[in-house]
Design a protein around this ligand. Structure first.
Ligand code: SF4
Length: 456
């Protein structure tokens, strides 16, 4: 069996499963957020009754993160609905925007978009927050009401996005009927060269198979090249499996996985026991690709879909209006460090936005010193508009006052993960997906630029 089949067999209480089998699997974690949480709660109440209790109050994780820093009253209200539900159900892991359990959330536009407005429980973007808060464990099943839930596959678990109806059912029962996906095999060899990042790996892979090339399939990443990738790198790659239509992504378990998971579970007091799955000789794949990491170059996915692959150096004539570093995929500490390496001592020439994925990342960047300046200061002095309000921001467009949203038909190079028309705001805007290093280099020139031109 493949890694995905092994996890699904275990969660279904079976000795083995095969691609195409329909099995009931037990969920370990169900995650929801402010966009889909209210709908999921509505389905749960409608189907199980107004007085029903969730199947496990410690297994439902609620993370407001999407439309938070906006004056839009309906968006603010969604956070209040989550708070009421968390209180009623005694949900153990609700990462509220505010500290008062009896309060209401309201964004204060008068303070401006850059100054932090959240309390001490707020966790930021769900997919980045889940591992930081100790909710991703090898061998488990994680469901989330968000398509990029597949990011947690970096931790050797089966993680996938589900709709509100399925999530309402999981909330009440802790189970879901799933078809076992076929597995596509991506064997990674070698080591990334300076200026090339994990984002380039996944843009390369999606370019190979197309933006629907993994539809309802597992994407398994393994091989000696994986050992040369950090956990952040693996998260970036797993995050974008859905951009090829993948049901999930999954990485092999190793010492890095163990260290990251053990540290986070201990830090946050979450369940620390888990059972990883390992490869065996009897795996059946429907597709094989070998990726030599050493040979990859900075890569871009052009408008209008993540499969439109080109090398950055082939696109030097493409003029841009703005640049954006952020999101679950591209707003991690390591992403900003790579951007800062390119931007240090230089100035951007187009509007450039920086949105850390989580408050912890804001703290990392403000407390990491390069010489006499923090990385945060280096980015700000280069002209990047850095907000402390960690969240999804303009990755998904959002209400018109969302930080970094494209409210006009602009061209943007972005470290985010999706570039279908209208994704970041205006329906005639264009988004070019790239690594944070490529975004930073392009911000310095105003056109798509290979970051290796700026390596010192
Ligand atoms: S940062 Fe973007 S891709 Fe990630 S969860 Fe938020 S909206 Fe979705």
């Amino acid at each position: 069996m493949t890694l995905t089949e092994k996890i699904m067999a275990r969660a279904a209480g079976k000795g083995r499963v095969e691609a195409g089998d329909n099995v009931w699997v037990k969920a370990d974690i169900l995650m929801t957020h402010d966009v889909c949480g209210p709908g999921t709660i509505g389905v749960f109440k409608r189907e199980f009754g107004a007085a029903a209790k969730v199947w496990d109050r410690k297994a439902v994780v609620i993370i407001p993160d999407h439309y938070i820093f906006t004056v839009d009253s309906k968006s603010n209200r969604n956070v209040d609905i989550l708070r009421d539900f968390a209180r009623e159900q005694e949900i153990a892991y609700f990462y509220d925007v505010i500290d008062s359990p009896a309060g209401t959330w309201k964004f204060d536009a008068a303070k401006g978009p850059l100054e932090r407005q959240y309390g001490s429980h707020y966790a930021g973007v769900c997919h980045t927050a889940l591992p930081q808060k100790g909710h991703t464990r090898p061998g488990e099943i994680l469901f989330g009401t968000d398509s990029h839930t597949c990011m947690a596959g970096a931790f050797n678990e089966f993680a996938t996005g589900i709709g509100n109806t399925d999530a309402g059912f999981v909330m009440g029962t802790g189970k879901l009927l799933l078809k076992v996906p076929e597995t596509m095999h991506f064997r990674l060899e070698g080591k990334l060269q300076p200026g090339v990042m994990a984002k380039d790996v996944i843009l390369h892979c999606i370019g190979e198979i197309g933006f629907d090339g993994a539809t309802y399939r597992a994407m398994q990443f393994d091989g000696e090249g994986v050992r040369n990738l950090t956990m952040d790198d693996r998260m970036t790659i797993a995050n974008m499996a859905i951009e090829a239509g993948g049901k999930n992504a999954i990485f092999e378990f190793d010492d890095q996985t163990r260290a990251a998971v053990d540290y986070r579970c201990k830090l946050n007091g979450t369940r620390a026991d888990y059972q990883p799955v390992e490869r065996d000789a009897a795996e059946k794949f429907v597709h094989e690709t070998v990726v030599n990491l050493s040979k990859l170059e900075p890569t871009v996915a052009c408008h209008p879909d993540p499969g439109q692959r080109k090398l950055a150096r082939e696109l030097v004539g493409m003029k841009l209006d703005r640049a954006y570093v952020g999101s679950c995929t591209g707003g991690k500490t390591s992403d900003f460090l790579e951007a800062a390496r390119v931007l240090r001592g230089r100035k951007v020439v187009i509007d450039t936005f920086g949105v850390p994925a989580t408050p912890e990342i804001v703290h990392d960047l403000q407390s990491a010193w390069w010489g006499d300046k923090s990385v945060w200061q280096i980015l700000v002095e280069a002209g990047v508009q850095m907000t402390e309000n960690a969240g999804c921001a303009a990755c998904l467009g959002g209400p018109v006052d969302t930080f970094g949203r494209m409210n006009a038909p602009l061209k943007c190079i972005s470290a985010t993960n999706r570039n279908f028309p209208g994704r970041m705001g205006h329906r005639e805007s264009q988004v070019f997906l790239a690594s944070p290093a490529t975004v930073a280099a392009s911000a310095l020139t105003g056109h798509i630029t290979d970051p290796r031109d700026y390596l010192s």
